[in-house]
Design a protein. Structure first.
Length: 261
């Protein structure tokens, strides 16, 4: 399933940047529901809004940045609504603790072989990576998640080799990391010109930064449910379109066809 916002021209593309969580990997699938629960437990509600819809929209607006940024936003919202906020790091630890439990179980299943890597990949991801690598394109992975975690999980999913060491993310407690800085580095090191950069992501950050550099940005709006329905998540689609996405896909099964368009 594909939603085109404007015509997509990929014949000049030389380098593709991928986000990780929610774009290629489903190891953290459902993270937004976990974070939404944290928001709703602490955010004073208003009669005029649908609490879950409101919270999820606020969360997705910051998708692509390190998750502490959503917790800074939660502090602001609690304060704006007259509540007594705690420090962002306290909210962050609540979220991370719950997410770690879920992720630990999925990693263990991958390591034990009770889950195949394909179950934890966005549909069509591996085939698309193989297709674009065969075309001679350079591929990079740029994530807002901690670098050691991204490297480990990319290895568990069997996709590390597609990036030939070009995996970027915050290392340790590096709040200075930004996707823009990582993409700028890629553009400079590989002499990527306007119209030669393509990015896939499920959050607005990589979409905005790629468009700002004259690249093509395609949103991945996978509904993270079990089983995967193969449909576009409308909440994600709205955010990605507002961020400037040229097109929005449910997953990668239709992505290779874009090069033939």
């Amino acid at each position: 399933m594909t939603q085109f916002i404007r015509p997509v021209e990929l014949h000049r593309i030389r380098h593709i940047v991928f986000d990780f969580d929610g774009t290629l990997s489903l190891i953290t699938g459902g993270w937004s529901d976990v974070m939404t629960d944290v928001f709703l437990e602490h955010l004073p509600q208003r009669d005029s809004d649908n609490g879950r819809t409101f919270a999820r929209r606020e969360i997705l607006q910051l998708n692509g940045k390190p998750s502490i940024h959503q917790m800074f936003r939660l502090v602001e919202l609690v304060t704006e609504r007259g509540g007594q906020a705690v420090e962002a790091r306290a909210y962050h630890e609540m979220f991370c603790s719950r997410l770690r439990t879920m992720v630990r179980e999925r990693r263990a299943a991958l390591e034990a072989g009770t889950h195949t890597a394909e179950v934890m990949l966005v549909p069509g991801a591996r085939a698309f990576l193989e297709t674009v690598r065969a075309r001679g394109l350079k591929l990079s992975l740029v994530s807002g998640s901690e670098l050691p975690i991204v490297r480990k999980e990319a290895g568990l999913l069997g996709i590390s080799h597609f990036f030939e060491g070009r995996i970027f993310g915050p290392d340790g407690d590096d709040q200075a990391f930004t996707k823009r800085a990582a993409i700028d580095r890629i553009v400079e090191e590989y002499s990527v010109g306007p119209g030669e950069l393509l990015a896939f992501g499920d959050g607005p950050v990589e979409i905005q930064e790629t468009r700002a550099l004259g690249g093509v940005a395609i949103g991945i709006a996978c509904v993270e449910a079990d089983p995967l329905p193969g449909e576009i998540d409308e909440g994600k689609s709205i955010v990605l379109t507002a961020a400037g996405a040229d097109a929005v896909l449910a997953d990668f099964r239709a992505a290779a066809a874009l090069f033939a368009a």
